[in-house]
Design a protein around this ligand. Structure first.
Ligand code: CAA
Length: 291
């Protein structure tokens, strides 16, 4: 576990908007690195659930001997919660947005924030594939806007995909790159293009695996084993689709199909049927696997 509690971090005050799986994980790693974090969502029950996620993850870390009780307590002491977005953001040096993947929602939020945050606050989006030029469209100070794409489970995954728009400044990239390393992540830098580097490749593999289940090539378990044992992936593409959520991946696939105009991103009928039936993967208890 990364814990630079005594070290200065590039962004001492962070606001994380959205207290779902990703938002909670992002808040946790920022607090672990030594930042003061406000985790915001629109209702009390949502922020409580997000905080509960952080508490559970840290406790599991303690049980596994990866986190000390002191680290757990110090991390939790640095996280506070809010339901008011302006209150959460007004003192932040860095705002990381992790709300649902709806372009209008993200863009509206950043436009609203531009009038609230301090003059040198960096605005970051955790979008996994949406155009950042559109996410930040009309936002004042576009040179301080950047993509920070984290991976699930955030505290365990090493990668942080930084996405620059045509207007992101070199100073912003430099500061966010340094912060990524302080979080214990390895950053990569990608230009703003549909699906960036990670989702474009990852979703493509997942969709093809679903087409193979549909065509009866092999069972979900055996297709996953092919990638785990044959290619050294930590997890097969179908289990990973369950982990990410079939609904989340379907939305990305539809977006990439349109933006890249590539038939490889056409969502399989099986995937649409499973989403319509509520078989969303881990979060619903059933996907390609029973959870
Ligand atoms: N706190 C601290 N450490 C913990 C922990 C906790 N709560 N839980 C586990 N760990 C540690 C373990 O002790 C272990 O450490 P060592 O390697 O030192 O032994 C390590 O983390 C791995 O944990 P496990 O052994 O329990 O589990 P695993 O080996 O099965 O790995 C996994 C789990 C990291 C999730 C792995 O299966 C994996 O990498 N899966 C692929 C995940 C992936 O691809 N994610 C990306 C999804 S796509 C995405 O997120 C982008 C998007 O936009 C949707």
């Amino acid at each position: 576990m990364t814990d630079n509690q005594s070290a200065a971090v590039s962004f001492p005050d962070v606001a994380v908007l959205g207290a779902g799986t990703m938002g909670a994980g992002i808040a946790q790693v920022c607090a672990q690195a030594g930042a003061k974090v406000v985790l915001q969502d629109i209702r009390d029950d949502l922020v409580d659930k997000g905080l509960g996620r952080i508490r559970d993850f840290l406790q599991k870390g303690v049980d596994k001997g990866k986190v000390s009780a002191e680290q757990r307590d110090a991390t939790l002491a640095r996280v506070s919660v809010a339901t008011d977005r302006a209150v959460a953001c007004r003192e932040a040096d860095l705002v990381i947005e992790a709300v649902p993947e709806i372009l209008e929602l993200k863009n509206g939020l950043f436009r609203e924030l531009a009038g609230v945050v301090t003059e040198d606050c960096v605005l970051a989006s955790n979008t996994s594939s949406l155009s950042l030029a559109k996410v930040f469209d009309g936002v004042a100070a576009p040179e301080r806007c950047i993509g920070m794409h984290f991976f699930n489970p955030v505290p365990l995954m090493k990668l942080l995909e930084l996405v620059r728009t045509a207007q992101t400044s070199a100073a912003t990239i430099e500061r966010v790159t340094a912060f990524s390393r302080q979080l214990g992540k390895e950053p990569i830098l990608v230009v703003d293009s549909p699906g960036f580097a990670s989702s474009r490749l990852g979703v493509c593999l997942g969709l093809e695996a679903i087409r193979m289940v549909e065509a009866g090539v092999a069972s979900a378990e055996d297709i996953d084993k092919a990638m785990v044992l044959g290619y050294g992936h930590p997890m097969g593409p179908l289990k990973l689709t369950d982990l990410v959520g079939l609904d989340v991946r379907l939305a990305i696939a539809d977006y990439l199909r349109k933006e890249l105009d590539h038939p490889g991103f056409e969502a399989p009928a099986l995937m649409r049927r499973m989403v319509a039936e509520g078989k969303l993967g881990k979060k619903s208890g059933q996907g390609f696997y029973a959870w």
